[in-house]
Design a protein around this ligand. Structure first.
Ligand SMILES: NC(=O)c1ccc[n+]([C@@H]2O[C@H](COP(=O)([O-])OP(=O)(O)OC[C@H]3O[C@@H](n4cnc5c(N)ncnc54)[C@H](OP(=O)(O)O)[C@@H]3O)[C@@H](O)[C@H]2O)c1
Length: 245
């Protein structure tokens, strides 16, 4: 599917990667970009650069009523980018805070799922279109210092596969994007290497164009994916070794 001429909706559009999605979609020639944010006024400046194309919209993906309102108002969408996410860098046993666990599940899993379900009929009506879900390579192996986040993203990865299977008959491409550490505020306490957010967006939009379902932007994710295919237990052990060191 071409990105040029699409009507896109991006969640978490004011975030580190979200802003690059807006720019990437602009550069690729999207006709309109609904930029979803809990506080759309935070997108005032970027929208002012291209007011005919960038439309900030109020969207909290944990809020059923706001999601429903978005579906009704933006029924022309044919490219849904589920980018919004939260991560609290918490371990599971040592420092568990169930409010934070719930929040990660509410946003990263249930919020993403809610958006997919809500927009599936819209995408169908608009010819199938595509969904891009922002996952992480840590959906495939747990990083114990961030274990709770990994678990929520693992749920999102498996949901992505299920949604992909169900929406195949309506010709909706469902892309899962699995970078390693991305250079944004979310990972400010993480050590390098970090992939640039613009590279993540470039790879994700190219996957939409090429019809690729699983994307691993950056060397870190690609290497880890190769190791996971070769010896998943060794990768798990290596990750748990980081906790011990
Ligand atoms: N950074 C990384 O290392 C990395 C690696 C792999 C995958 N990812 C994933 O990439 C995506 C974007 O992350 P990022 O690095 O750009 O993080 P970020 O800068 O913290 O941005 C996260 C965005 O999600 C929004 N958000 C949070 N809860 C929301 C909700 N309930 N409804 C709607 N929007 C909500 C935030 O809005 P507010 O400004 O209102 O909080 C913000 O716009 C996330 O799904 C993340 O898990 C990130």
């Amino acid at each position: 599917m071409q990105v040029q001429g699409t009507i896109a909706l991006v969640t978490g559009a004011n975030g580190g990667i979200g802003q690059y999605y807006i720019q990437g979609l602009q550069a690729a020639g999207a006709t309109r970009i609904y930029a979803g944010a809990r506080h759309p006024e935070s997108l005032k400046n970027i929208a002012a650069t291209d007011p005919d194309r960038i439309i900030p919209i109020p969207l909290d993906i944990t809020d059923e009523a706001l999601v429903k309102a978005a579906v009704e108002a933006y029924s022309d969408v044919n490219l849904l980018i589920n980018n919004a996410g939260v991560g609290f860098n918490q371990r599971l046993v040592a420092e568990i805070n169930f409010d934070k666990v719930r929040s990660e599940i509410e946003v990263n899993y249930l919020g993403m799922l809610r958006m997919c379900l809500a927009f599936a009929p819209v995408l169908k009506a608009n010819g199938g279109g595509a969904i891009v879900n922002m996952l992480t390579i840590l959906a495939k192996v747990n990083f114990p210092l961030n274990a709770s986040y990994c678990a929520s993203k693992a749920a999102a990865l498996l949901a992505t596969q299920g949604i992909r299977a169900e929406l195949a008959s309506q010709k909706t491409l469902v892309v899962g994007v699995m970078p390693g550490t991305v250079d944004t505020g979310m990972s400010k306490d993480f050590p390098p290497p970090k992939v640039a957010p613009e590279e993540v967006v470039r790879a994700a939009l190219q996957a939409v164009i090429d019809g690729v379902e699983d994307v691993y932007p950056g060397e870190q994710a690609q290497e880890m994916q190769a190791q996971l295919l070769q010896d998943p237990k060794a990768v798990e052990k290596w990750m748990s070794g980081i906790l011990a060191s």
